[in-house]
Design a protein around this ligand. Structure first.
Ligand SMILES: C[S@@+](CC[C@H](N)C(=O)[O-])C[C@H]1O[C@@H](n2cnc3c(N)ncnc32)[C@H](O)[C@@H]1O
Length: 257
């Protein structure tokens, strides 16, 4: 029997930032698989549980799956990530085989939108490739942290007719050296933007959608101390902080648009 998996974008943390389609999909799930990252970010599991409590009206089970260990500063980043995807696929596969009946629908609560810096689609593709289980899946889009950042600051991300680069803290310096001057940065625990030279403007947000949301905007080097303070506040409030920001070089083509 073909198993049905649903990858459901749940927004970036706020219990209200789900689409109607996502809520409908949540209510068709029998079993949710939740990765237990074992890194002291229990609040993220708690947020997912709160979303289920709030939006699911019927019965469901939650199975936490211990995340395979991962080297956070590997020498070969791509290889390390691919190995980790394979280990995660194997872990999910054994839980599906041992704890989920073939007729049950399995749901994955994907943070933000599944298309952006998330491995769930790749991991589920791995499960299919392994060929042990007959699975099919669909993807329900979610509100990304990027959408929420833009909304909170009332931004259009691209300048008129111009490009927008979405990148990570790790790749920021490279993208700027390659000419990027309008960039959204995610996954940046070290505020890499502080190293940039020149005249930049930043629109920053942390823990968007939650009651501890923080927002700062202004000339980059002038507002950095304010961002550091807001970041520390958000971290103290819930034990974790996730932030996203738009960086725009002043004076570029259409800079004011
Ligand atoms: C693994 S990525 C997941 C992105 C997610 N799929 C999305 O669409 O937003 C994690 C990064 O997303 C951003 N992020 C996620 N939730 C956030 C939030 N509530 N507020 C600000 N940034 C957030 C941060 O840059 C964080 O480092």
């Amino acid at each position: 029997m073909r198993r049905r998996l649903r990858l459901i974008g749940i927004g970036p943390g706020g219990p209200d930032d789900l689409t109607v389609a996502a809520v409908r999909a949540l209510n068709e799930v029998d079993v949710f698989l939740v990765a237990d990252k074992q890194r002291g970010v229990d609040d993220l599991v708690a947020v997912r549980e709160e979303i289920c409590r709030r939006h699911v009206t019927g019965d469901y089970r939650v199975i936490t799956v211990p995340d395979p260990p991962r080297d956070r500063a590997p020498s070969a980043y791509g290889t390390e990530v691919r190995d980790w995807h394979a280990a995660r696929a194997a872990a999910y596969e054994s839980v599906l085989r041992e704890q989920v009946a073939p007729h049950e629908t399995t749901g994955f609560l994907v943070w933000g939108d599944p298309s952006l810096y998330d491995s769930t689609i790749r991991v589920v593709e791995r499960i299919r490739d392994r060929g042990v289980l007959d699975v099919d899946y669909d993807v329900v889009p979610g509100v990304s942290a990027v959408s929420l950042l833009a909304a909170r600051h009332r931004l259009v991300l691209n300048r008129i007719g111009g490009p927008i680069t979405i990148t990570t803290g790790r790749c920021l310096a490279h993208e700027v050296a390659a000419g990027g001057d309008n960039l959204v940065v995610m996954l940046d625990g070290a505020l890499e933007c502080a190293r940039l030279e020149g005249d930049w403007h930043i629109w920053w947000g942390a823990d968007l959608g939650t009651s501890d949301e923080e927002l700062v905007a202004g000339p980059l080097h002038r507002v950095l101390p304010e961002i550091e303070r807001a970041r520390a506040r958000a971290k103290a409030a819930r034990g974790w902080v996730m932030d996203t920001y738009l960086l725009r070089r002043a004076g570029g083509v259409g800079a004011g648009s």
